[in-house]
Write a protein that binds this ligand. Structure first.
Ligand code: PEP
Ligand code: CO
Length: 448
């Protein structure tokens, strides 16, 4: 890493997973236009998230990072955003109430539009077209015109992110996320499930506690009761887009990628000498990197040294996505090497991406029990090494979809076709998400 960092220094490094934009001039003009747009988030907010994550790194808080695998331009309606927010708020309340710890909430939302693909092309019935790379690049329909990367989509991604973020800010600051609304977050579909009923009991407990505090004269009108801090995140995949939204903070002079509060590097683009590591090492947002089963302890340590050389707590999250049955083999040596080097990492478990498989009829799915198994293994390993299992990272939606099997409803493989809507990976539905929250809460409350 001998190059001097600047927002475009990644251009001198090999960049994986970038689309081949057909019209270079149009693409460059679009990036230029994006560069003139207002930032979506502010440096001060990103700094505040780093400090919250610093508490997670110190074992004083837990982080819940959740949302779509790939957001859609077409499904960013107010209802869809509200329902996703509801399920995240519910999960956070379950974790916070059970574990008695602050829960830092980060959505995979308002910008999660770009997807890495295992192949650049897709072949169906003898026809080969560019792969779908997320709505920021092309459309999912298997047609030549839809699959052609379109730079207009970069602007549409910015505009959709801005509109989503605007609504999220209104919901989280404008009273909707008020703790006194805790019952209101239990949507009908979720409320009627076993976890939903369990949640009702918990919500009633919170309500009673708030009434008691009000009766004692405490101010339950305080902002901490009325508002929620929900931060945004996405995989920093399309580096042209990320660079265009990178701005120098007028207070500190530091550079921030203002497309989201937190950005992460995916499993497929975490090479030490690659463009993604080069770009993210220079922005001051809190950042993450996925670490899959091919990560050696040396690789993890190299990432820490490259991305957080000053060892700032909360700056770097390592997101373990080993797959159930593989955590014990790969994670302990990584935890030991990173801890021994004194790196204050936020450890997070993504129990989704190592556990995707296709059913006999070829539908991509995940099994709730297997997801829970990876989380359980993750907690056990952290207990054994004396490290803090700081958080979970999952793909979910508030909707009634049928994309993952299992959960307290025991959703079966032959039900997957009923409402399978994801554009990329299978997501937990609202009920399964709450099941997961209760499962994690139990592990968390038994951890200390
Ligand atoms: C993702 O988080 O959607 C993703 C592609 O994950 P990974 O980089 O771990 O494969
Ligand atoms: Co995914």
């Amino acid at each position: 890493m001998t190059i001097t960092w600047h927002p475009g220094s990644w251009n001198d490094c090999p960049a994986g997973q970038q689309p081949s934009w057909p019209e270079a001039d149009f693409y460059n003009e679009t990036l230029h236009e994006l560069g003139t747009k207002p930032p979506l988030v502010f440096a001060g907010e990103a700094r505040r998230l780093t400090s919250h994550l610093g508490r997670v790194a110190n074992g004083e808080a837990f982080v819940l990072q959740a949302g779509d695998c790939a957001e859609s331009f077409d499904l960013s309606s107010a209802d869809a955003i509200r329902d996703k927010l509801k399920v995240i708020l519910q999960m956070a309340v379950v974790l916070q109430y059970s574990a008695g710890l602050p829960v830092v909430k980060i959505g995979r939302i308002a910008g999660q539009f770009a997807k890495p693909r295992s192949s650049g092309t897709e072949t169906r019935d003898g026809a080969t077209l560019p792969s779908f790379r997320g709505h920021i690049v092309n459309d999912i329909n298997f047609e030549e015109s839809s699959r052609k990367p379109d730079p207009n989509r970069l602007l549409q991604a910015y505009n959709t992110s801005a509109a989503t973020l605007n609504l999220l800010r209104a919901f989280t600051r404008g009273g909707y996320a008020d703790l006194r609304q805790v019952h209101e977050w239990n949507q009908e579909f979720v409320a009627s499930s076993p976890a939903g009923k369990r949640y009702e009991i918990l919500a009633t407990g919170i309500e009673k506690a708030l009434n008691f505090m009000t009766a004692c004269g405490f101010d339950t009108d305080d902002a901490a009761m009325r508002q929620v801090e929900l931060y945004t995140s996405h995989e920093a995949l399309l580096l042209g887009y990320e660079q265009a939204l990178t701005r120098q903070d007028s207070i500190t002079g530091d550079w921030y990628d203002c497309s989201a509060h937190m950005l992460w590097i995916g499993e497929r683009t975490r090479e030490l000498d690659g463009a993604h590591v080069e770009f993210l090492r220079g922005v001051h947002n809190p950042i993450g990197s996925k670490i899959g089963p091919s990560t050696s302890p040396g690789d993890a340590l190299d990432l820490c040294n490259a991305l957080n050389p000053d060892k700032v707590p909360g700056r770097l999250t390592l997101i373990s996505r080993m797959g159930a049955g593989k955590v014990g083999e790969h994670l302990p040596a990584i935890l030991e090497a990173v801890s021994a080097a004194g790196h204050p990492v936020v450890w997070q478990c993504d129990p989704m991406h190592g556990n995707t498989y296709a059913t006999e009829s070829g539908i991509k799915t995940r099994d709730f029990d297997v997801i829970m198994t990876e989380v359980r293994e993750y907690f056990e390993i952290h207990r054994a090494t004396g490290t803090w299992p700081g958080g979970v990272h999952c793909e979910l939606t508030g909707d009634t979809v049928t994309e993952c099997v299992g959960g307290s409803d025991a959703l079966a493989a032959d039900q997957l076709g009923e409402r399978y809507e994801t554009m990329c990976d299978p997501r937990l539905n609202g009920r399964q998400s709450l099941d997961l929250a209760f499962g994690v809460a139990e592990l968390l409350s038994g951890f200390r």
